[in-house]
Design a protein around this ligand. Structure first.
Ligand SMILES: *Cc1c(COP(=O)(O)O)cnc(C)c1O
Length: 287
């Protein structure tokens, strides 16, 4: 694992920004999925578990990270995959890393504890890992992103799916007494992250949640976002996906263009990985 992950200084359009390359931590156990799994895998080892059981959609970055991490660290892995049986690059990679896939209906998928109980209640070696690696262990791992920084930044940007990473990063900012402002860009609608943050940090003010860059919802894209994503990739050499990083970077550019963000101040973007996910959008690209 490439820890600490490097920080690249890049130029994009008129912007000079730094990028924390968590996507380079590992080609498959990428970005925040490694941050979120690290302590959970340590706990599984400590408890002498052999089989990691988790959950995800058919394009899940989490399942791919888990499959690769399980193979690397000597576990077996099993996944409940949401929806009808499909095949794609992510799932093929999961299978190559030895993960056993079990497709379940959306209704059944809803009750993850029950799915686990039904198949693994009597299997002492099996270990339940929640979808996306959410929870306290995940948050702790994400705090370490901040511990690795060697420079000060006025603004730190991250994307949010569940918000676990964003909470961890903000904990890190408070713990290390940084003056950096955290900007969080939810990539889905109705995440209610403002409530979560104000419950966790009732007195903190040094964060902002930008709720208008979800492009209609999770994994929803339009041609503007796709073109933006393509332009970013070919002009920086950094592979990103439209689902997380495309929306995050679009937000950064839009906030500076509209004067809501001062581009003369130091800006750090957390590249949370998931770049392979961009291959799922090949029919949208224009060449
Ligand atoms: C899963 C994922 C996220 C979202 O992380 P949360 O902790 O769920 O908010 C962000 N970026 C990438 C690339 C991801 O794969």
């Amino acid at each position: 694992m490439r820890i600490p992950s490097p920080v690249d200084k890049i130029k994009f359009r008129d912007l000079e920004i730094s990028v924390k390359r968590d996507d380079l931590i590992d080609p498959y156990i990428s970005g925040n999925k490694w941050r979120k799994l690290k302590y959970t895998l340590e706990e599984a080892k400590r408890k002498d578990k052999k089989l990691l059981v988790s959950f995800g959609g058919p394009y899940s970055n989490h399942l791919l990270a888990l499959a690769a991490a399980a193979a690397k660290f000597g576990f077996k892995s099993y996944a409940f995959v949401r929806g009808e049986q499909v095949d794609n690059i992510q799932l093929t990679l999961c299978k190559l890393f030895g993960m056993q896939l079990h497709f379940v209906s959306r209704e059944a998928y809803h009750n993850k504890k029950l799915l686990f109980e039904e198949s693994f209640a009597y299997n002492e070696a099996a270990y339940f890992i929640d979808e996306g690696g959410a929870g306290e262990n995940g948050r702790l791992g994400c705090e370490e992103i901040i511990a690795e920084l060697t420079e000060d930044y006025a603004h730190i940007f991250c994307a949010a799916g569940t918000g676990t990473s964003a909470l961890g990063i903000f904990h890190g900012i408070l713990r290390h007494k940084l003056s950096s402002k955290l900007h969080v860009v939810p990539v889905l609608k109705n995440l209610k992250l403002k409530e979560v943050f104000s419950n966790h940090f009732p007195t903190a003010v040094n964060y902002i949640i930008h709720e208008s860059y979800h492009f209609g919802g999770y994994a929803k894209v339009n041609s503007e976002l796709i073109e933006f994503t393509q332009e970013f990739i070919r002009s920086t050499g950094i592979l990103i996906d439209p689902v997380y990083m495309g929306k995050l970077l679009y937000a950064v550019v839009n906030l500076t263009c509209t004067g809501q963000l001062n581009a003369d101040q130091k800006i750090l973007i957390i590249h949370s990985g998931g770049a392979l996910g961009t291959l799922g959008f090949s029919e949208h690209f224009k060449f």
